[in-house]
Structures are given as C-alpha cells and as structure tokens.
Design a protein around this ligand. Structure first.
Ligand SMILES: CC(C)(COP(=O)(O)OP(=O)(O)OC[C@H]1O[C@@H](n2cnc3c(N)ncnc32)[C@H](O)[C@@H]1OP(=O)(O)O)[C@@H](O)C(=O)NCCC(=O)NCCS
Length: 238
C-alpha cells in the first residue's frame, strides 16, 4: 500500500477509512491536514499527541478524531456567537494559534508578532471556538494578523471580518489590511469576496521570514511554493 496519512472513523469497535493523503517527505501543519479532512466533507473534532507540525515520522504519536460528515456545505451556521477575546480566553487562544500557525508567532513584513497577546474576536458554536481573528491597530491603520475558521464556508470568516471592520471604524481607522502568502489561494478568494484589494506584492519576502520562523514550509499543501507576501486592504473611508 502507498505510504500515506490515513484517517479513520471509529464506530462501535470498528474503523472505516475515510481519507488517505499520500506522504511526500514534507512536513505538514496541523491545519493543512484539517483542511484536507474538511475538503473531503468530514468534520474534525480534535486531536491529541503531536501538535502543530507533523512529519511522516511523527504519525505514530498523532491521533486525530474525525466524527461524521459535515452537515452540508455552503450552508450558513445560524447558531454561532461572535464576541471579543477576553482575558479568560488567553489559554485556548494561545494553543489555537500554535496549532493553526505552527508556533506561537507569525512573521509578516519582517516583524515577529505574537497573535496570542493581541486583541481579537472569536466565534463559538456552543462552547466550542470555531473561528478566531487577531488584530492590531497602529494610528489610522488596523492590521488583521490571523484569521481562521474551523468550519469553512458557513459564514464564520465573514462574521469575523464584519466584527473587526466595525471595531476598526469605531477606532477611527481608515484602512484594514493584512498580509497573506502567494500559495493561499482560498484566502485570496475569500478576502476579495469581502471587498479587499490587492495593493502590494513583496517577492521572496518569505525567505527572511523563514529564518525567523523555520516552521514555514517550503511548499503549501496545494503544492505551491511559499515565496511571496501579498498585501491586501479594505478602504474604511468608503
Ligand atoms: C479564509 C477563511 C478564514 C474563510 O473562512 P470561512 O468561514 O470559510 O468564510 P465564509 O464562510 O464567511 O466565506 C465567505 C465568502 O468567501 C468565500 N470563500 C470561502 N472560501 C473560499 C475559497 N476557498 N475560494 C473562494 N471563495 C471562498 C465563500 O464562498 C463566501 O462567499 P459568499 O459570501 O459569496 O457566500 C478560511 O478558509 C480559513 O480559515 N482558512 C485557513 C486559514 C487561513 O488561510 N487564513 C488566512 C491567512 S492570511
């Protein structure tokens, strides 16, 4: 059998293979594997063992629980709550950032930022956090540092953008901006649907970032080399 990551659903003592991802000898980030699962129409509910960065050699010590098919794509999730991050959220926010971003730091435009210490908004389904956005303001500018949605295409990302846009406007910001990378085609699609414009490309900006954060993979899960930073902005004066 081909060497691969294999995801099973456990039920009543039996297990059923639901997804198989060929192992190339690259390192995966946990959120990349989770994206594979979501794209295959399954719902990720949790994992234990190795967190964050997964290489084929760590597969024995990593366990992921996948429960049930998603209940329909493109269907809005109508029972979620969006609220600002509070002091009591700090622990899960820190581990959420670590599992989605490979470490507690993000590097963008040569700056090392710790999203776990920033202001932000979280989306909850019941008690479970299903989305998180962190941001920082600097004068008349507001920067989205991270945004993650666990249940994609159900309006969670949109609700986070709406919340930060409202906050930034209330703080008198004229511009909401962010940095993403050339490989992140889904984020590029999402931001543009939300009205963001591409305003700058920084070729090869990831090379120095990788020195500050070695966890940044050479290639994304979709096979695109991660090389350039892209700056997108939303004009808040309109
Ligand atoms: C980008 C991300 C936050 C979007 O969150 P989401 O909860 O799926 O967003 P929504 O459900 O609110 O989708 C909003 C719109 O974007 C569209 N969209 C979402 N993913 C898309 C994709 N892959 N390609 C094109 N459009 C997309 C949706 O169809 C929807 O369009 P509509 O308003 O016309 O219906 C989410 O995909 C994610 O967490 N990605 C992984 C982390 C990441 O890359 N973050 C950005 C780092 S810079």
């Amino acid at each position: 059998m081909e060497n691969s990551w294999r995801f099973y659903r456990r039920k009543a003592g039996s297990r059923r293979l639901i997804l198989s991802i060929p192992v190339s000898h690259r390192v995966y980030l946990l959120h990349e594997l989770r994206r594979f699962i979501a794209n295959a129409g399954w719902k990720y509910t949790g994992s234990y063992g190795t967190q964050g960065i997964l290489s084929p050699v760590t597969s024995d010590s990593f366990h992921m629980t996948v429960l049930g098919r998603n209940w329909g794509r493109d269907q809005p999730l109508n029972d979620f709550l969006v609220r600002p991050i509070q002091a009591t959220d700090r622990d899960w926010v820190e581990s959420f950032i670590k599992s989605h971003w490979g470490s507690g730091i993000v590097v963008a435009r040569g700056r090392v930022i710790r999203p776990g210490e920033l202001d932000g908004f979280a989306v909850f389904k019941g008690k479970r956090p299903v989305g998180l956005l962190t941001f920082r303001t600097d004068g008349s500018e507001c920067e989205i540092v991270t945004i993650d949605s666990i249940l994609e295409r159900k309006g969670i990302g949109t609700s986070l953008i709406d919340a930060v846009r409202k906050k930034a406007k209330a703080k008198g910001c004229k511009r909401l901006w962010l940095i993403t990378t050339n490989d992140n085609l889904s984020a590029l699609g999402f931001y543009q649907k939300k009205g963001f414009r591409l305003v700058a490309v920084y070729p090869d900006a990831i090379e120095p970032s990788r020195k500050l954060k070695p966890q940044i993979a050479m290639k994304a899960a979709n096979g695109i080399p991660i090389r350039d930073e892209l700056e997108l902005e939303l004009d808040l004066t309109e």
